[in-house]
Design a protein around this ligand. Structure first.
Ligand code: GCO
Ligand code: MG
Length: 418
């Protein structure tokens, strides 16, 4: 016996770990771990636009280290993959670690015969408030989109809008969705598509949009908006101040979090609540943001921040600073990643809200789900483990297809944050 290879003693020894890539409407990478006793756990390893990098990281470097380990040793496995790689953090590494971690939690909960949230401390609430997505190329289209989201049961809504003079913009599909809201920025194409951007036009236009929405829907409806990393701290401060009268639930990614000091200016200038973190992958990325209380909501996902084990570290640090959660939940988080988020959401104390962009029926052919959606609230369900199944036959009908997130350019051709 060596310290990093504890003697496998029971049927919980890992027999196999398979990296599964499928594309039912969009690409997903899934890790499936099976124990000697035949207990199966799933983990989401989807990194939008860079899927095969994580698949290779798992297949070529992680899977060989998993075979023969005890599936129960979740923390030890997490530390082995995190510290043992020497190269720390980053989305590819943390996404791979997340997939292993979530699959092991799934196995542990299935062995216990309990839904995962019971192992995380049990339910802290009856259901999880979720926000939906609305967008429009003009105001009438946006109002219709908000009404459609309300009809679909959402009680909190993110609002994105076209901006006059900007041709292709983040968050607004080329045509309105029919059925579930469907916005996928990654296009299936051999090269990234290009979008454009004009900060001054955006700063002039967005406050008018939010004012119109607030006037139309009244003071109660929680409204969110995503600036998608495009502003400098000073621009973000101006925007936060300009939209204060319209009482946003949050302004998301007003500026890239690479420069946490920049958030101090935004904070001093506005009380508009700030959400940041969908591209952050570890508790170390959040240290300054949380210890200086520069944000109000952490946006990381289970899938990209080292799994349940990694994200829980962030959640607990956030709680010390009265910061709440709003986990990332677009459709590039697979149903496996979404289920993991819901179990954590239900159990933690400092839940804020959960992003929920419903997956397509095609995705549902591959991933069977047990979570419930009613009255604007999500619940992970009572199946043992995560409550998600994977259909190999359905997956095989949808082979991987290359897709890229867009590039963003200013009018003069300069690359800008997308
Ligand atoms: C969100 C995000 C997404 C990302 C996407 C990238 O708030 O849901 O900003 O729309 O752009 O997840 O893959
Ligand atoms: Mg976002």
């Amino acid at each position: 016996m060596t310290l990093d290879q504890p003697a496998p003693s029971r049927g919980t020894t890992i027999r196999s770990a398979e990296v599964l890539v499928t594309s039912p409407g969009r690409n997903f990478v899934t890790l499936r771990i099976t124990t000697q006793d035949g207990v199966v756990g799933l983990g989401d390893a989807t990194l939008n636009g860079r899927e095969l990098a994580v698949a290779s990281y798992l297949q070529d470097h992680v899977v060989p280290m998993l075979i023969g380990r005890d599936a129960h040793r979740i923390e030890d496995t997490w530390q082995m993959l995190h510290r043992g790689a020497y190269w720390r953090r980053g989305p590819v590494t943390m996404c791979a670690i997340a997939a292993v971690d979530v699959a092991l939690w799934d196995i542990k909960a299935r062995i216990a015969g309990l839904p995962l949230y019971q192992l995380l401390g049990g339910a802290s609430r009856e259901g999880i408030m979720a926000y939906g997505h609305a967008s429009g190329r003009d105001l009438p289209e946006l109002m219709d989109s908000i009404r459609a989201q309300q009809a679909a049961g959402f009680r909190s809504i993110r609002v994105q809008s076209s901006v006059p003079g900007v041709d292709k913009i983040y968050g607004v599909p080329a045509a309105p969705s029919s059925g579930t809201y469907d916005y996928e920025p990654a296009q299936r194409a051999p090269l990234p598509v290009e979008e454009d951007w004009d900060t001054r036009a955006y700063l002039r236009h967005l406050p008018q949009v939010l004012e119109a929405v607030r006037n139309e829907f009244g003071p109660e409806l929680p409204l969110l908006h995503d600036a998608h990393h495009r502003l400098t701290p000073n621009e973000a401060a101006r925007l936060g101040r300009a939209v204060e009268p319209f009482d946003l639930f949050w302004l998301e990614d007003c500026t890239p979090a690479d420069n946490p000091e920049g958030l101090r200016l935004v904070r001093q200038s506005t009380t508009t609540p700030l959400a940041i973190g969908e591209v952050l992958t570890s508790v170390w990325d959040y240290r300054q943001l949380l210890s200086e209380q520069l944000i109000d909501y952490v946006r990381s996902s289970v899938t990209h921040a080292g799994g349940i084990t990694g994200l829980r570290r962030i959640v607990d640090l956030a709680a010390l600073h009265q910061v709440r959660t709003g986990f990332h939940g677009p459709t590039d988080i697979s149903p496996v990643g979404m289920a993991a988020a819901l179990h954590l959401d239900l159990a933690i104390h400092n839940l804020g809200i959960q992003e929920y962009m419903q997956h397509s029926a095609l995705t549902g052919e591959v991933f069977g789900q047990s979570f419930r959606w009613s009255g604007g609230l999500l619940h992970p369900g009572e199946e043992p483990g995560l409550g998600v199944t994977y259909d190999d036959d359905a997956a095989a009908r949808h082979p991987y297809s290359p897709a890229y997130l867009p590039l963003n350019r200013l009018k003069d051709g300069t690359i800008h944050d997308w």
